[in-house]
Design a protein around this ligand. Structure first.
Ligand SMILES: [Zn+2]
Length: 236
C-alpha cells in the first residue's frame, strides 16, 4: 500500500519514491505526496522525474482497492523498482488546500446556525461547490454565512491534524457531516480539527492556519430540488 505523505504533511512539494507497479492505469509508488481525486477534492498535478527523463502527471486516481495511480505523459520508460522524484504543482495544490479548509468552516457554520448537512460537493482550483440539505434560505443566508466564515478565517486559527482509532473518533459529536465520505473499513481515522469551529474525519490536504486562506466570496446559490441548496464560492 502506498504511504500517503500528504496526510502527514500537506506542504510537502517534492519527494523521493520507488515505483511498485506500472500499467495502463498509471504508475503506483511506494509513497506519494500527490493527492488523488477523493473526498470531494480534485487531484494534484505535477511531474515525476526518472534520471533525466521528466513525465507530466496529468491525473491522479484512487482505485476501488485503494491503489493510487499517477497517470503520466508520455508513457513511462521505467519499470517497477525504480527510484523517482515527484514534484507537485504547488500553486494548484495550495488553492485546493485553502478552498478545502474554507469549505470545512462553511459546513461548520451552516451546521451550527441552521442544522444544515453537507450532501455532496467538489473542490477544484477555481472554486468550491457544496451541496447542503436546507429547507429555506437563499442568497442572503449564504452571504451571511460566508461573512461569518471570513470572520473565523481572520482569527488565524491553527488547524490540527492527528490520527485516532475509529471507535474513539466516532464518539466526537458531528465528526462526520457527510456519511458517504466515511470509509467503512478504515481502523485509524485522520482527524482535521479547526479548534472551536469544526472537527472532521478527513483524508485531504489543508492549510495549517486559517489566515492563509485570505478571504472567500460567494459566487452563486442554486436550488437543487426540495430542501437542497448548492453554493459556489472562491478565494478573493
Ligand atoms: Zn474535507
Amino acid at each position: 500500500m502506498t504511504e500517503l505523505l500528504y496526510q502527514r504533511d500537506s506542504y510537502l512539494r517534492e519527494f523521493e519514491a520507488v515505483t511498485i507497479e506500472i500499467s495502463d492505469d498509471g504508475v503506483v509508488l511506494d509513497r506519494t505526496a500527490f493527492h488523488p481525486l477523493s473526498g470531494g477534492v480534485a487531484n494534484d498535478t505535477g511531474i515525476i522525474r526518472h534520471g533525466d527523463a521528466e513525465y507530466r502527471v496529468v491525473n491522479v486516481v484512487k482505485s476501488e482497492d485503494g491503489r493510487i495511480f499517477h497517470v503520466v505523459e508520455p508513457d513511462p520508460c521505467f519499470k517497477a523498482g525504480c527510484k523517482v522524484t515527484g514534484v507537485i504543482d504547488w500553486e494548484r495544490r495550495y488553492r485546493l488546500m485553502k478552498l478545502h479548509t474554507a469549505d470545512h468552516i462553511l459546513a461548520a457554520v451552516l451546521y451550527r446556525e441552521y442544522s444544515a448537512l453537507v450532501t455532496g460537493g467538489h473542490i477544484d482550483p477555481e472554486k468550491a461547490k457544496s451541496d447542503f440539505s436546507l429547507e429555506k434560505g437563499g442568497k442572503e443566508l449564504f452571504k451571511q454565512a460566508i461573512e461569518e466564515v471570513n470572520r473565523i478565517i481572520a482569527k488565524g486559527i491553527d488547524v490540527k491534524i492527528y490520527f485516532l482509532p475509529r471507535e474513539k473518533a466516532l464518539k466526537i459529536p458531528g465528526i462526520v457531516k457527510l456519511d458517504r465520505r466515511m470509509p467503512p473499513d478504515i481502523k485509524i481515522l485522520r482527524i482535521v480539527e479547526i479548534p472551536g469551529v469544526d472537527v472532521q474525519a478527513d483524508g485531504g490536504p489543508h492549510v495549517s492556519n486559517t489566515a492563509e486562506i485570505g478571504q472567500i466570496k460567494l459566487l452563486k446559490v442554486e436550488n437543487k430540488g426540495r430542501g437542497k441548496k448548492r453554493v459556489y464560492f472562491t478565494l478573493v
